[in-house]
Design a protein around this ligand. Structure first.
Ligand code: IPE
Ligand code: IPE
Ligand code: MG
Length: 226
């Protein structure tokens, strides 16, 4: 496939509804969702034109969920990062988290940073999970960093101070809702948006391929004329 996006970002939504439809707890949907993360990450790592894959895993707003669900998600993240290092290493994938990790437990922070360090030498796909991530929070933290370093705020300096420094080419949301939910607000300024009713646990690489072939036909003008 030619003319693939360099940066794909995905709002992985619909885990809870998928589980409910199976008559199971919402947590079962999060478990299944982690499997989709593996499959989609592997698919992207096999297409060298795709340089970055950024997946929204936990938002700054998701702390509002019931305590038990939040606790389950924290444990799932810890398990995921402990188990999935081979996925990254075998596919030459570098892992780079985005978001404010300081709200997580020291043990989870350590597990996350361990995967970062262990994959720092990988030269293929850069996979980012957005963890305690909010687009507004990211912009505020970037502006504060520049202010503290006495660097003037320009489009370039602010872009580079963000957690995610890559413009998004294609933003996909599963789960049927048509909103951004505070994801990559700055970086998605010129992203092509795709929404699918498929719930995240059921999202497969053949659906991603269909979206990518639509993307390939889009004329991106970036405000100019073609
Ligand atoms: C997305 O699925 C995963 C997270 C936000 C952690 P949801 O948990 O939002 O599932 P729905 O949207 O309620 O079905
Ligand atoms: C967005 O999904 C956040 C993640 C996928 C991590 P939500 O389910 O939290 O979004 P809203 O509340 O429907 O906007
Ligand atoms: Mg949701």
């Amino acid at each position: 496939m030619n003319n693939l996006p360099s940066h794909i970002a995905i709002i992985m939504d619909g885990n809870g509804r998928w589980a409910k439809a199976q008559g199971k707890n919402r947590t079962f949907g999060h478990e299944k969702g982690a499997e989709t993360v593996r499959a989609i990450t592997t698919y992207c790592s096999q297409h060298p034109q795709i340089k970055h894959l950024t997946l929204y895993a936990f938002s700054t707003e998701n702390w509002k969920r019931p305590k038990l669900e939040v606790e389950f998600l924290m444990k799932l993240l810890e398990r995921y990062f402990k188990k999935e290092l081979p996925l990254y290493l075998e596919n030459n994938i570098q892992f780079l988290p985005i978001g404010n990790l300081s709200s997580f437990s020291p043990s989870l922070q350590k597990t996350i940073l361990n995967v970062c360090e262990a994959t720092a030498h990988c030269t293929g796909l850069v996979q980012s999970l957005a963890l305690n991530y909010g687009g507004k929070d990211e912009i505020i933290r970037a502006a504060q960093k520049l202010h503290e370093a006495n660097i003037s705020i320009t489009e370039t300096s602010l872009s580079q101070a963000l957690d995610c420094t890559q413009e998004v080419d294609i933003l996909i949301r599963t789960g049927g809702d048509h909103r951004i939910s505070n994801f990559l607000l700055w970086q998605s300024a010129y992203a092509e948006l795709f929404f699918t009713n498929t719930l995240w646990p059921e999202f497969k690489s053949d659906e991603l391929e269909k979206i990518l072939s639509k993307f390939q036909k889009v004329e991106r003008r970036f405000g100019g004329l073609n």
